[in-house]
Design a protein around this ligand. Structure first.
Ligand SMILES: *Cc1c(COP(=O)(O)O)cnc(C)c1O
Length: 409
């Protein structure tokens, strides 16, 4: 049967918050021949990507690179540092935080969830519209006088909602409470899009993935470690084999891995790190911030609500758009996909159907973002949503008024 839109002309607008568009330069590097992962040439690649990822995480301590999606690195962080029945404090910022809690429970940990209390409005839980409230963590840790809580787990950039939490504030809260728990942070979608400082923020295990800010295809994930996390891994008793840090740390010293690494994804990673570090991380973060501001102004012009209810927590990586009552966000997404060849993120978990997500991360630019906003504007109108004003115009005004600093030659 003839599918009219199976091969639309032009490039697809992949505006989901991961996988993000992969630059041609990275795709080309990945097409190089696969080499011997025990040969001399491989060690250069291995040592380079490990050193580069240290710069991206801002750490002097070991970084693990796994051939797995982000979920694998979530599991690795827990099984390396914790023991069966250990009490962990999780903070429910959204669907990804919820999924991590479910994973912790499945591993035999006693997961306690903190969340902001609040009224549910329009079927949208208030707790999923804010960042981590560090004072709630401090209160809970102060009450834990026996230090039964072994780890605090938080999501840096909650991809299901478009809310970025203040991780340095969580560290300060833990220090204020004088509590020895480990700090585990999911920055799967935050890394290389929003400022992140593994060492300076006192994080024990950072978790990330390849397909978001790093602009790679899915398939790699990461743990950045602290000396305290490495010490915990020596005594923790949750079963770990494939994920175990010890053997990997040892082999990584010479640029190799105990098992077969994802060689071609590592070519891509090397290229991605070159691109990010050449541009400089502050410039990368500034351009994400700029797209976020433009997208926020578009949503406000439409007269719609942004999922993130706190200005200080707006994600530089994606924006969640709440649709009016009686409108199904997924029907709007479907129109946009079918008519305008643009993919947007679906509402996940509790907010399914109530909102959609515009990704503005990685290899985007002002015009791809404005195109995506145009697709949303047309799709919303086709779906019968009445809009107050043009979001495209608002976004154009915004990027026009804030030029990117001229390239240094
Ligand atoms: C994408 C994402 C995950 C899940 O990672 P997978 O690669 O799908 O396993 C977890 N947490 C956050 C914050 C994410 O953005």
């Amino acid at each position: 049967m003839l599918q009219l839109n199976s091969h639309p002309s032009g490039k697809h607008f992949l505006q989901i918050p991961g996988p993000s568009p992969v630059p041609d330069r990275i795709l080309r590097t990945m097409s190089l021949p696969t080499i011997d992962h025990r040969g001399p040439e491989f060690a250069h690649l291995g040592l380079k990507v490990l050193a580069d990822m240290g710069k991206i995480f801002k750490t002097k301590h070991p970084v693990m690179i796994y051939p797995a999606s982000g979920t694998g690195a979530w599991e690795a962080a827990l099984v390396n540092t914790l023991s069966a029945g250990d009490h962990v404090l999780m903070y429910e910022t959204g669907h990804f935080a919820f999924l991590w809690t479910r994973l912790a429970t499945a591993l035999g940990l006693k997961a306690e969830t903190l969340a902001m209390n609040g009224q549910e409005a329009n079927g949208t839980p208030t707790s999923w519209r804010h960042g981590v409230q560090a004072h709630l963590i401090e209160q809970r840790l102060r009450a834990d006088t026996s230090h039964s809580i072994k780890a605090v787990c938080v999501v840096h950039n909650e991809t299901s909602t478009g809310v970025t939490s203040d991780i340095a504030a969580v560290r300060r809260a833990m220090d204020e409470a004088k509590h020895p728990a480990l700090l585990l942070v999911d920055t799967i979608s935050g890394l290389a899009g929003a400022a992140y400082e593994h060492d300076a923020w006192g994080i024990d295990v950072s978790i990330s993935g390849s397909q978001k800010g790093l602009m790679l295809p899915p398939g790699l994930s990461f743990n950045a470690l602290s000396p305290k996390a490495i010490a915990a891994s020596k005594t923790s008793t949750l079963p770990k084999a494939f994920w175990g840090w010890e053997e990997i740390i040892e082999m990584n010293k010479t640029g190799y891995w105990p098992t077969t690494p994802a060689t071609n994804l590592l070519y891509g990673l090397s290229e991605a790190c070159d691109m990010l570090l050449d541009e400089s991380l502050p410039a990368v973060f500034a351009r994400h911030q700029r797209w976020s501001t433009a997208t926020q102004s578009a949503v406000r012009a439409w007269g719609l609500e942004i999922q993130c209810a706190e200005q200080a927590c707006y994600s530089p990586i994606l924006t969640g758009v709440i649709v009016p009552d009686g409108v199904d966000a997924d029907s709007v997404r479907k129109v946009i996909y079918e008519r305008f060849n643009c993919s947007l993120g679906t509402g996940l978990g509790k907010v399914k159907g109530r909102m959609f997500r515009i990704g503005h991360l990685g290899d985007c630019n002002d015009l791809t973002l404005i195109a995506a906003i145009a697709a949303c504007e047309m799709g919303l109108r086709v779906a019968g949503v009445s809009l107050q004003a043009s979001g495209v115009q608002a976004a154009m005004d915004c990027v026009q008024a804030n030029p990117i600093p001229a390239l240094k030659v």
